[in-house]
Design a protein around this ligand. Sequence first.
Ligand code: AMP
Ligand code: MG
Length: 728
Amino acid sequence: MRFDRIAIVDWSAANRPASGRDSIWIATAEGEVVESMNPRTRRQAEDRLRALIDRTLARGERMLIGADFAFGFPAGLAAALTGQAQALAVWAWLARQLRDDAENRSNRFEVAAAMNRVLPGLGPFWFRPAGLDLPDLPAQGRAREGHGMADLRRVDRRAPGAQSVFKLGGAGAVGSQTLTGLPVLWRLRAAHSGRVAVWPFDDCRDAPVVLAEVFPSLLRTEVAALRGSGTEPINDEMQVRLLALALAHLSARDALAPLFEVPPEAWNLAEEGWILGVGQEGALRRAAEAVLGRVRPPEGDAEPAPLTPPRLRNDCFAMPQGVSWVPVETALEKLRAALVPVTGTEVLPVAKAGGRVLAADQVARRSNPPRANSAVDGYGFAHAGLAGGGPYTLPLAAGRAAAGQPFAGSLPAGQAVRILTGAILPEGVDTVVLDEDCARDGARVAFDGPVMRGANTRRAGEDVGEGAPVLPAGRRLTPADLALLSALGIGRVAVRRALRVAVLSTGDEIVADTDAAAEPHQIYDANRPMLLDILRRWGHLPVDLGHAPDRPARLRAALDRGARRADVILTSGGASAGDEDHVARLLREEGQLSSWRIALKPGRPLALALWGGGVPVIGLPGNPVAALVCTLIFARPALSLMSGAGWVAAQGFTVPAAFAKRKKPGRREYLRARLNAEGAAEVFASEGSGRISGLSWAEGLVELPDGAAEIVPGTPVRYLPYASFGLG
Ligand code: AMP
Ligand code: MG
């Protein structure tokens, strides 16, 4: 049992929208990072949970959702109510009976009274609020008689502090949470049949999403340890964060399986269910202790930002009506506004984080250098101990200061001590004189003045002071960044998971495999190897979807596969609006296509769509030259934004042209180019969009502006080396 994400829900049966204490809290932990949200109503909570599930399924990941109310009732109730001795039958019954509106008004007391009516005697549900006319629901527990049910399930007797599900209100009651919570879980399970399983009623081994009952009070001691310092955190929030992190901790170590093993005394499991972790409290509490330091939300986050999985609107790529040719800049602005970061986070050791995107701002844990030290090999002394303008002769103290071997004790004024590069300055030393400027005889050292106070030393923190902000969230970590973070004592960083980008080539004429024979009417797939390699160089995770012919069923299947396995899909070919443009047609019919005719050469058609519940599809032109240009100009910033690294623009250089060209206004042009020996830009002889050799010949692109241009040798032009697009 391993999960990519753990969500823990603290449910609430509140009668009106609520936040803060005693409202709904949902914590989600991924790796070592936890976030919490506080939906104000049960409807909102259901939406949030559904979005989390959709997202998990869309990415082919696994999620455990723990909810803190009873999944089953004491043995006997299910059969009496539904004729089946199964908790899930009660879930279905409740889902039909319970009304719960957008303002949190529910009929749970009426439903409990109806359940009581099915059973003999009076009860077992009780706690009727004053003013409700429900004779079948007693106000007091002791008024109940003859209903035949035990108050507690087997598992409740094993969980100290667990209360009877039949008590609907009062301190610590869970009955109302159960009646309002189970219908929500039933709907989530029903909406994703077979993919959302309920433990221990369903077979959970291969289900992508598993729902389980949890009891955060199992960790009450650990939660108590979190209280008492600074601003008082909300207990409910701390509990769910702690439990989510503890379970994620166990999952990361592949140590969750024992919690899912059914204890021997759970003979009536299908009816009563079980609480995850009861019977394994030791392992759970040890995990909680291990994660305690990461539970508190960041200071100053009084109202935690809701964790809303980003969802794109269906019309997000739509251009305003009447726009026919879209200027490149307009298209870029539109893309930038439509997209959001979609990658989750994980915590990695710095040594493994190169090329990844920081998920949080980094602050220096210690100063660099941590202490004042010597910049040279020489002799150290107190500047204040020098008399007159020099030359000076100082007696040498015994011992020395070297890097990693500090001088023991403090140096009296008027003496000097041998000191080497990187050694921290001994107490009493603030100035160093260079070896080469000294004469010495073993007992004394002599040097000339004037000497500046602090000469040849490095101040503590002169590079970076402890607590200083160093690298911002969104930064893609360079090798130098790893040096900086390590020097500042930052050993682990929260980083974004790599963006998964699927690549699909389309077209009946394409042969995907260069080892296969190609007929004269066929061509080998040139785009896919190029695009997969580009994605890898950009730090994304390429997902190879292979090739699909121009048949809707095959294209649909390939896009479905892409939506399951990736965060975004790149296709090439079939993206214009013509008869043979099958990708565009399928996306239009089934994927909310926005086809942009971009005022760009080469390129033009760029298809943008959402597939399979919100996975963006970028439909590139089929021509390899146009496919590359559109990838560099549009896909690069779009993917960077989605990966969490922010929007990027390539850096251009103005160089003289080594060619002549006249260009009409109305569209931007990119020419395959490279610099000649004089540093001027020469361009590939043919502008034909099918000339792949020109792509390979070139080392960058010359960008000609949207307006008219008359270029002769020597005219300044904008040159964008491939390296400016992150390609070496
Ligand atoms: P399309 O965008 O489908 O009209 O294709 C435009 C041109 O690009 C056609 O000549 C296609 O044969 C060619 N083409 C499409 N996909 C590829 C590919 N993966 N590799 C090489 N050429 C391609
Ligand atoms: Mg085609």
